[in-house]
Design a protein around this ligand. Structure first.
Ligand code: SF4
Length: 312
């Protein structure tokens, strides 16, 4: 078979490979075209295996000859510039995705409306800053949150596949109004366990491997997760909840069944009232007590403002 190479060999070579039609290019002509042709082949066929497969179309070549032909084409020595051609900066695309999501997020803190997730942690000052000086999550934390969101979505969708439970609600917002305070709750799922006819709230928590193994070792949920759940249970007037920890790295899970405790709910109600008082009077709450100072390290987005404000 003989064929004269077209001026731009790329379409013919790509067409041959993609359509499966036997190419009409002679190998010696491909080799003669050498380095000019190689980037076209590599860019279009994308990898070594594909080039191999492409060269197999040539009559009478065994694997060793094909390997030699590829070496002659200079594949090994030219691999770096070729890889450069394939690189695409996904980081910039991610930046745009996060910027668009930030622009869409219209949440504004409102006096008297509080989220259990902000008040379950011990530092009132941090909750105060969240309301008085709200800010978007730092860029470096956004991918971590996104992975958590995706795992949440996946787990919530998976719930409906389990024949033993009915999924009554997923990601539904509820408001619990008590005195002059509205608790705004977004609940991962409300389920009914068919066999026991038990209605329960499900709260998924994605964790790092270290935190996950601490849950296994201690065999209890974290206190702030329990406090958060108490508000959800109170808001839905449900007596039972499940906290499901998911190890982000391995996918392992650990589930705790938890009952409503009015004393724990009272802790949350007291915190909400105290925060409300500080916000209304524009007075900064004190720093967290030293035994809870772990919150300053990695859990708080207002370390700078807190430092500036001092002890007060
Ligand atoms: S740095 Fe610590 S004390 Fe200050 S607001 Fe944050 S959690 Fe509270």
């Amino acid at each position: 078979m003989k064929f004269t190479l077209p001026k731009d060999p790329r379409p013919r070579i790509l067409g041959s490979s993609v359509t499966g039609h036997e190419p009409e290019v002679r190998l010696d002509e491909v080799l003669a075209a050498g380095m000019d042709l190689l980037p076209a082949i590599v860019v279009n066929l994308l990898d070594f295996a594909a080039i191999h497969e492409f060269l197999h179309h040539f009559e009478g070549l065994n694997d060793r000859q094909i390997d030699r032909a590829i070496r002659q084409l200079g594949f090994r020595w030219e691999v770096e510039p070729i890889i450069d051609l394939l690189v695409w900066d996904f980081e910039k695309t991610l930046d745009q995705i996060f910027e668009a999501e930030d622009a869409e997020d219209r949440w504004q803190p409102t006096l008297g409306e509080y989220h259990p997730s902000a008040l379950c942690l011990p530092c009132l000052r941090s909750a105060y800053f969240k309301h008085a000086k709200p800010k978007k999550a730092p860029r470096e934390k956004k991918p971590i949150f996104k992975i958590g969101d995706l795992i949440h979505d996946w787990a919530e969708q998976g719930l409906s596949l389990d024949g033993t439970i009915d999924v009554l609600e997923v990601e539904k917002a509820h408001t619990l109004s008590i005195r002059n305070i509205d608790w705004h709750c977004r609940i991962d799922a409300l389920i009914r366990i068919k066999e026991e006819n038990l209605i329960a709230v499900v709260d998924f928590k994605t964790t790092s491997p270290g935190a996950f193994h601490r849950r296994l070792k201690e065999n209890v949920p974290q206190e702030h997760h329990l406090l958060q759940l108490m508000v959800y249970l109170r808001a839905l007037d449900v007596g039972t909840g499940f906290i499901v920890y998911i190890n982000k790295s391995s996918g392992e899970t650990k589930t705790f069944k938890v009952y409503y405790d009015p004393l724990m709910y009272r802790v949350m109600a007291d915190r909400a009232e105290a925060l409300h008082h500080y916000l209304v009077s524009e007075k900064l709450p004190p720093r967290v007590e030293s035994r809870d100072a772990w919150q300053c390290d990695g859990y708080c987005d207002h370390v700078e403002e807190c430092k500036e404000a001092g002890k007060q």
